[in-house]
Design a protein around this ligand. Structure first.
Ligand code: GTP
Ligand code: SPV
Ligand code: MN
Length: 582
């Protein structure tokens, strides 16, 4: 296979000269190719076959123990001017970064095969979709990209029709953390990643393209590329709504996207459908609303905590055609992770005999990769070229204290301040300390390809581009009591909050006006069959004014870090908040 796109043909040739692979394979995305790659990965030990009776066509891959999460400290945005990357990113001059990377790539594919993966982020026929090509020397990356994107012949045909594509060059190198970099060149629409085979570092269509590069493209073209799930909510009256929600990594997007409502809701006829679980591209439509697609075609989800009582939809899709990365294994070759059930695994995520003294059996950031089509709640609208219209945007994070269960913004500008100042405890999805509260604007701290001040300005500017923007909310499922226990049951019970959000969008339910925004009273939420003390729920819906005054001070300091690129409207909103709190 080759291509009629000269730029692509030239680039592949140039990369081959640099990296010197033994073979070049153009991925066509066929079932035969998929089978051939699975056989190859089994033969060379990259894959271990899981129990064919219980988990047909499922494979276990164990990463190098030093390569199990995104590496934010080794991730760079390489713009001509340092200021354009913003204080929110690590920066390197493009020429320096190219030289450094090309040095690493020099001859790195000798003895290996170079795979060329044409892919499309989003439905092949959608004008919102964008194409890319990843060149990699990892067949495991190919198999993940096969599930996570629309890859192969159809994507290549679109590239040949359209011309443009994002270039992503990847090599696992020696998996040496000292020779590992993830470089982004937004102004060139290109990516170079070396030294990691893991998730967001290596599947370049995902965070590198669909967020870091796409956020920059979106800014220049007038749309939004966000770290958001998209879910559909159908009311008993048959009205279809869509919500997009941004939570930082490992803070509940996959779970919310696949939510199964409490029994009473199901009985009444509420239906939830899943459009996406991680990334959302939105653009203003002719009707003034934001229309969204999920650019991905699969789920790369957190395994630990996935269980029958938390996320049954996810569990149902994981019994077939799934790649498991860094989970544990039972005696009879089934994948296992903490929270799944009470069996004891035989081996841990490093392939060692399981010993609790070594820590959890599955790595806390262990993952499954599976086609979205296997999800029982997958929405047929996910394949729609025009996308789905968004009614509400929700921001959230892990906050053990202070932040109420749900708050509605007074208007779009207030909503942008809310999103810009969300904070959350860090998780195992990236290397580094876990549980440290940091600001994670719009859940995009690790993923925005340019200066946050400009990004907030772009969000504010959507007001001029769309006159029926979604209502904005924040949620917090993660409040803890004095004993460190979650106060809100979460998971399926989050439906109660979603119902209030939808009712607010329709002007059908009341709220209390507070300094920080509109909150429901306990009586505004459906608490039928809710197994919790309503006094505790009342606490979750109470505004701690003194605590919020401190929060506002910390927000003031945070915004100051972004200097004169912070839009005045955010300072105005902050001032309003402080005045209302005083
Ligand atoms: P990324 O794929 O890293 O972007 O993560 P994500 O945002 O999709 O997070 P995910 O849904 O995988 O959840 C991460 C962890 O949070 C899992 O261990 C879940 O069990 C837990 N979690 C999700 N939703 C809730 C909730 O409503 N309450 C509580 N207490 N935990 C939750
Ligand atoms: C995240 O960390 O937000 C993920 C996993 O979704 S990764 O693909 O590694 O970015
Ligand atoms: Mn994510």
């Amino acid at each position: 296979m080759t291509t009629t796109n000269q730029a692509l043909a030239d680039w592949v040739k140039q990369v081959a000269e640099l990296t010197q692979p033994d073979h070049i394979h153009w991925c066509d995305g066929t079932a035969a190719e998929e089978q051939q790659f699975n056989d190859m990965l089994l033969a060379d030990g990259t894959y271990k076959k899981l129990n064919e009776q219980t988990h047909p066509n499922c494979f276990l891959h164990l990463s190098d123990p030093q390569d199990v999460a995104r590496v934010e400290h080794l991730t760079f945005i390489c713009t001509e001017n340092e200021i354009d990357a913003g204080p929110n990113n690590h920066w390197m001059a493009p020429a320096t970064a190219h030289a450094k990377m090309d040095d690493l790539f020099q001859g790195c594919m000798q003895g290996r095969t170079m795979y060329v993966i044409p892919y499309c982020m989003g439905p092949i026929d959608s004008p919102i979709s964008r194409c890319g090509v990843e060149i990699t020397d990892s067949a495991y990356v190919v198999q993940n990209m096969r599930l996570m994107t629309r890859m192969g012949q159809a994507a290549l045909a679109r590239i040949e029709r359209e011309g443009g594509f994002v270039k992503g060059l990847h090599s696992t190198g020696e998996l040496d953390p000292n020779r590992r970099f993830i470089m982004h060149f937004p102004e060139e629409l290109s990516i170079k990643s070396y030294g990691s085979g893991y998730g967001g570092n290596a599947l370049l269509g995902k965070k590198c393209h669909a967020l870091r590069i796409a956020s920059y493209q979106a800014k220049t073209e007038g749309w939004l590329a966000e770290h958001m799930l998209i879910l559909g909510i159908k009311t008993p009256a048959g009205k279809q709504h869509y919500v997009a929600a941004a939570f930082p990594s490992a803070c509940g997007k996959t779970n919310l996207a696949m939510l199964i409502p409490p029994a009473g809701y199901v009985k009444d006829g509420w239906e939830i459908s899943t459009v996406g679980d991680d990334i959302c591209w939105m653009r203003p439509g002719e009707d003034g609303r934001l229309w969204a697609i999920n650019p991905e075609a699969g789920f790369f989800g957190v395994a630990p905590g996935t269980a029958e009582d938390t996320n049954p939809n996810a569990l149902k899709m994981l019994y077939q055609d799934t790649i498991f990365t860094n989970v544990a294994e039972t005696e009879d070759g089934q994948p296992w992770w903490e929270g799944l059930d009470d069996r004891t695994p035989k081996t841990d995520w490093q392939g060692r005999p399981f010993d609790p003294a070594n820590g959890p059996a599955a790595h806390p950031n262990s993952r499954f990769t599976v086609s979205a089509k296997r999800c029982p709640s997958y929405s047929p609208e996910s394949e729609s070229a025009s996308g789905v219209p968004i009614d509400a945007i929700v921001f959230g994070g892990r906050r053990a204290s202070l932040v109420p269960l749900v708050t509605e913004a007074r208007d779009w500008e207030h909503g942008v301040l809310m999103g810009a100042t969300v904070a959350s405890e860090t998780t195992a999805a990236a290397t580094g300390a876990v549980g440290v509260v940091r600001r994670d604007p719009m859940a995009m701290k690790p993923f925005c390809g340019y200066h946050f001040g400009d990004y907030w300005g772009h969000w504010l500017g959507m007001q001029e581009k769309a006159d029926h923007l979604p209502k904005v909310f924040t949620v917090n499922w993660f409040r803890k009591d004095a004993d460190g226990r979650f106060m809100w049951p979460g998971f399926g019970e989050n439906m109660r909050v979603l119902e209030w959000i939808i009712a607010r969008c329709q002007d059908q339910v009341g709220a209390q006006e507070t300094a920080i925004g509109h909150l429901p009273q306990v009586a505004d939420l459906n608490t039928d069959d809710l197994d919790m003390d309503l006094g505790v729920l009342d606490q979750l819906l109470t505004v701690d004014a003194a605590g919020w005054q401190k929060e506002a001070e910390s927000v003031t300091e945070f915004l100051a870090e972004f200097g004169d690129r912070v839009p005045q409207a955010l300072y105005d909103q902050l001032q309003t908040l402080q005045a209302k709190l005083a």
